[in-house]
Design a protein around this ligand. Structure first.
Ligand SMILES: Cc1ncc(COP(=O)(O)O)c(C=O)c1O
Length: 342
C-alpha cells in the first residue's frame, strides 16, 4: 500500500485533475452501479455530505438510536445542516418497515419535514450485524413509496458484502447515496467516498468544499484506497473468522458473557460480570499487556478484528483476558479514553 502511495500519479483534485482520485471515484461508482462518486476525508464527512445533499434546514432524518450519524458525529447533522435526527429503537442497530411505519410526520407547518432514512451496514454500536439483501430491499421500497431519500452509512460495507454474500451492485440499487470507509477494516490511513447520482454528487462536491474537505494532491491517499479495494476485501473473511474464534474463546472464560452466535462480522461485543469490575478497568489492565479493547460503558466491551490482528494474536488475547480476569481488576483506577470510557 505504501508503495502504491509513493508512486501515485497526482494532480490538483479540487480542479478535477488528480488522475488517481478520478480513477478511484469512477471505479467505486461503477462497482455500486451509480453515476458518480466523490472522495472524502473521513466517514463522518461523507455521511454528513449525504445528509446535506438530501436535507434542508428544518428537515428530519430517521435512524436507529445506535446510529453513528446520530451518536458519534458531534451533532453534525444539526450543527452543519440544521437537520433534526429522529432516533428509532430497534434491535441490533437494524431498522425495518414495522418500526419505521408511523414515523413519517404529517405535512403540516408544525412539524419538521421527514426527508431521509439512514441505515448502517454493518451496524457498529448495534453489534456488527449485517442486513440481508431482502431486508435492505424492503426498507428501500418502503422509503421510496413514502417519498423518502435513502442513505447508507457503509463505514464497514465491505465487511457486510463479504459476510452477506451479496454484491456491491445489489446494495447500490437500494440507496440514493452510500458512504464507504477505506480506513477501518480496509487498512488505509484515511479516506472515504460517497456514491450517488451525478446531480447528488455534484452537490456533494460543493458541500465537501464547504465542510473543508476539498483536497489538492489527494491521489496519494486515493492510491491506498485503490490498493485496498484490490487486495484487502476478500481477506475480510479472515477477520470474521478471527472474530468468531475470539468469541468462542471468550465464552470459555468465567466472568464473561457473550452470545457467540451473535458475532456476525469483525466486531465482538461482550460483557463482564458486574461483581468483577468495570469495562474501563479491564481495558486498562489489558492495555498494559498490549491488548487494546474498547470499554463501551458499564460492563460492555467491544473488540475489533482487522488486518493487523493475526489468528495467533487472537489466541494470545484470549489468554491475556483470562489472566487479567483471574488476577482481578476491580481496584484499578477509572481512567481511560474514548466516548464510552465512563
Ligand atoms: C458506522 C460508522 N460510520 C461512520 C464512521 C465515521 O468514520 P470516521 O471515523 O472516518 O469519521 C464510523 C467510525 O467508526 C462508523 O463506525
Amino acid at each position: 500500500m505504501l508503495q502504491a502511495m509513493i508512486t501515485a500519479e497526482v494532480g490538483d483534485d479540487i480542479m478535477g485533475e488528480d488522475p488517481t482520485v478520478n480513477r478511484l471515484e469512477r471505479s467505486v461508482a461503477d462497482m455500486f452501479g451509480h453515476e458518480a462518486a466523490v472522495f472524502a476525508c473521513s466517514g463522518t464527512q461523507s455521511n454528513q455530505m449525504g445528509v446535506r445533499v438530501h436535507c434542508l434546514p428544518g428537515d428530519e432524518l430517521l435512524i436507529n438510536e445506535t446510529g453513528h450519524i446520530s451518536n458519534f458525529e458531534g451533532g453534525a447533522a444539526a450543527a452543519l445542516s440544521g437537520v433534526t435526527v429522529r432516533t428509532i429503537v430497534a434491535a441490533d442497530g437494524l431498522l425495518d418497515v414495522d418500526v419505521l411505519e408511523g414515523k413519517i410526520r404529517v405535512n403540516d407547518q408544525h412539524y419538521s419535514r421527514t426527508r431521509l432514512v439512514c441505515l448502517e451496514n454493518t451496524t457498529n454500536l448495534g453489534g456488527g450485524h449485517v442486513y440481508s439483501l431482502d431486508h435492505l430491499q424492503r426498507v428501500s421500497d418502503w422509503a421510496t413509496t413514502n417519498g423518502l431519500k435513502r442513505h447508507l452509512d457503509g463505514a464497514r460495507l465491505f465487511n457486510a458484502i463479504v459476510a452477506g454474500g451479496y454484491s456491491a451492485a445489489d446494495i447500490g440499487k437500494c440507496f440514493d447515496t452510500i458512504s464507504i470507509c477505506f480506513s477501518k477494516g480496509l487498512g488505509c490511513p484515511m479516506g472515504s467516498i460517497l456514491v450517488g447520482s451525478r446531480d447528488d454528487i455534484a452537490r456533494a462536491r460543493r458541500i465537501r468544499k464547504l465542510f473543508g474537505g476539498a483536497l489538492r494532491q489527494s491521489g496519494i491517499v486515493a492510491a491506498a484506497a485503490i490498493y485496498a479495494l484490490e487486495n484487502n476485501v476478500a481477506r475480510l473473511k479472515d477477520d470474521h473468522a478471527n472474530a468468531s474464534q475470539l468469541a468462542t474463546g471468550l465464552a470459555s472464560i468465567q466472568g464473561i458473557r457473550i452470545d457467540v452466535e451473535r458475532v456476525k462480522s469483525n466486531l465482538v461485543f461482550f460483557e463482564i460480570e458486574a461483581g468483577l469490575g468495570l469495562a474501563i478497568q479491564l481495558a486498562g489492565a489489558l492495555k498494559e499487556q498490549g491488548v487494546l479493547i474498547g470499554p463501551m460503558g458499564g460492563q460492555r466491551m467491544r473488540a475489533v478484528t482487522h488486518l493487523d490482528v493475526t489468528t495467533a494474536n487472537i489466541a494470545k488475547t484470549i489468554e491475556v483476558i483470562r489472566h487479567c480476569i483471574g488476577q482481578g481488576f476491580a481496584d484499578r483506577p477509572l481512567v481511560g479514553s474514548g466516548p464510552y470510557s465512563k
